[in-house]
Design a protein around this ligand. Structure first.
Ligand SMILES: [Zn+2]
Length: 89
């Protein structure tokens, strides 16, 4: 994390760990605290994943195409499967 998510100040300092073990930061600009976020898949990748799911490819094949670990996929497929675009079919 390079910027404060609240005011975009670069004056952030490490402020211990959150209860989940993530790095905690404190902004010197707005005095608010922020926790480092786990990077999520890009929107483009999510769109691609949805399309691959519609083709009924196996998770293994999708993992190879998107070059992501299989551990990442079950969660993402659950998210994609619950997306409005895929329901009602
Ligand atoms: Zn700030």
């Amino acid at each position: 994390m390079n910027n404060c998510p609240h005011c975009w100040s670069v004056k952030i300092v490490k402020n211990g760990k959150s209860c989940y073990g993530k790095q905690n930061y404190k902004c010197r600009g707005c005095k608010r605290q922020a926790v480092e976020r786990v990077p999520t898949a890009s929107l483009q990748q999510e769109e691609l994943l949805k399309r691959l799911l519609l083709e009924r490819l196996s998770l293994r094949a999708i993992g190879r195409i998107l070059q992501v670990s299989l551990g990442w996929l079950p969660h993402q497929t659950a998210v994609a499967a619950s997306a409005p675009a895929l329901t009602g079919r």
